[in-house]
Design a protein around this ligand. Sequence first.
Ligand SMILES: [Zn+2]
Length: 251
Amino acid sequence: MFNKIRNWRVRRIVARHPIPEPLWQAALERCAPARRLGASDQAALRVLATLFLQEKSLEPVQGLELDDADRVLLATHACVPILKLGLDWYEGWHSVIVYPDVFVPNRTQVDDAGVVHQNHTALAGEAWGRGPVILSWADVLDTGRRPGHNVVIHEMAHKLDLQNGVANGFPPLHRRMDGRVWTKVFSSAWNHLRDEHRKGIHLPIDPYGLENPAEFFAVVSEQFFEEPKALREHLPEVYRQLELFYRQQPY
Ligand SMILES: [Zn+2]
């Protein structure tokens, strides 16, 4: 019964707010992971993007304006990771705040000794527990120009990771997946890359992934969708776990 109501609702939204064909084609043109999909997966992604645009609020700030094509592009990137998971995985938050460029979050942090620090780091994106996703539009547009990078997929991976509490590189796994294998594969890959990085060896992923397990998961997720061949070559076991988690075989 619930499924029937839901399917009816989905059909109604898609019928009332269809993504116009030229905007959809333009989004595919600029989103490599979506472009690589087969026709039926692209159709499913288009439905998800339509629902995403209805359910989430895209909020440009600081004078930025997003037209319909921009919004469709953002939704298309955002729905790639949940193509086989469903929009329920993005439950519990509503807003995507979009800055024109990198932004400096205005917040203070109190360390263990009680000292208050002002954080001045410029960010391309940020994902809060049950709060918004924050993105730099310049970095969204940069996607594809820097191989393996996709700031939208990065922040959405954090959102998936956060679905079971804290961001720790351990999202809720599917029933047939083994958490011990996940932990072992990710921690041994992380340790291995950290050692190589210390020796000055060029890494197959963005070294930012070595910041902590949450960033590692987000960075390899970007690579999984943007440069799947390279990830599979360099970190085959990580690739396999991501294949099981995202239920996709991008390569
Ligand atoms: Zn991150």
